[in-house]
Design a protein around this ligand. Structure first.
Ligand code: ZN
Length: 331
């Protein structure tokens, strides 16, 4: 008998204790006769035409640390709001949005895919024109193999997230996303579209500007490797690719945080014998380090959104930044 994962309990507890969180169920997903919700919670300014910063986790159920990083951020912000006047002021100018558990059934089952065997990050209706990385790039052969794209259009979890982000894009002056994953390589990566194409996304200069602002403002917190995802591997069906390809009318910067979990394995090789251990730190001190490691970057995303730096770039500035981005990542 499945129990409710503690991350979902934590989220429900935060919502029950903090009435200022505006929570809504985006979809209910059935598993073994029970329904599990995909929940979004918002905080801060309710006006339209303010910047939104969105924190997403648990697209891949086995990567629990992604949910936990986002829930830890939510808990910290809600506590700080009791006394932190700067944060209170920030939230009069910015909307925060959280979907910390996109794939609750994957979380219960300890799988990357959802209850139907579909990898949600291969499930969006976008197909690469190029030859993608075999299997990892997404496959339609069988739900029994990993990275399955599904055969029935978008899964409930995928369309819930896509519809919600689309609504945020129509009610915000800009949207920055941080979608937390784990399991790739030794370093912490920050990836952005496209995953499906070797071509740069439109207005890639905004991402270059964000990277430069972070690296120059926080040089000792710069442990991230920024790159278009296709430079690492190429896939079909990426949700963020799909949303970027819809040509949103406002600046849209979807970032994927890939926490380098192999370093946890390297330091504790016994994790290799435990599937979840490949994706999540097992030792307490490493777990706490992971939860605090990204707070500077997350706070930076909220602050740069509030500053409207990316929204206010002139065409001339953006053109120059596009060229610099192109030189860095595509030449
Ligand atoms: Zn992932």
């Amino acid at each position: 008998m499945e129990s409710v994962p503690f991350e979902l309990d934590t989220l429900n507890h935060l919502i029950a204790c903090h009435p200022q969180l505006r929570a809504k169920t985006l979809a209910d997903v059935e598993y073994n006769g029970k329904l599990y919700p995909v929940i979004r919670a918002e905080l801060g300014c309710t006006n339209i035409d303010v910047p939104t910063v969105m924190f997403v986790g648990g697209v891949h159920g086995v990567e629990r640390i992604g949910c936990q990083v986002q829930l830890a951020l939510m808990a910290s912000l809600l506590t700080r709001l009791e006394w932190d006047v700067q944060l209170q002021h920030l939230l009069t100018r910015v909307r925060l949005s959280f979907v910390p558990i996109v794939n609750p059934v994957g979380l219960i089952r300890g799988t990357r895919c959802n209850g139907q065997g579909v990898d949600l990050m291969r499930n969006a209706p976008i197909t690469s024109a190029d030859k993608v990385t075999f299997l990892v790039g997404g496959q339609k052969i069988s739900a029994k193999l990993p990275w399955y794209r599904g055969k029935n259009g978008m899964e409930r979890e995928t369309s819930a997230l896509v519809d919600y982000v689309t609504s945020l894009l129509s009610t915000s002056s800009s949207v920055i996303v941080l979608d937390a994953h784990s399991g790739f390589g030794l370093s912490d990566h920050v990836w952005f579209p496209y995953a499906s194409s070797q071509s740069p996304m439109d207005k890639i200069g905004r991402i270059y500007q964000l990277k430069q602002a972070f690296e120059s403002s926080f040089p000792h917190h710069n442990h991230y490797r920024f790159s278009p995802q296709s430079l690492i591997y190429q896939t079909h069906g990426d949700i963020w690719d799909y949303l970027v390809a819809q040509n949103p009318k406002v600046p849209f910067v979807p970032l994927t945080l890939e926490m380098g979990s192999w370093s946890w394995v390297k330091k504790n090789p016994r994790q290799l014998f435990n599937f979840a251990g490949l994706f999540n730190p097992q030792k307490t001190h490493r777990y706490h380090r992971t939860l605090r490691k990204h707070t500077v970057f997350m706070q930076f995303l909220m602050d740069i959104a509030a500053s409207r730096t990316l929204e206010n770039l002139t065409d001339k500035q953006l053109h120059k930044l596009d060229r610099q981005a192109y030189q860095l990542w595509y030449e």
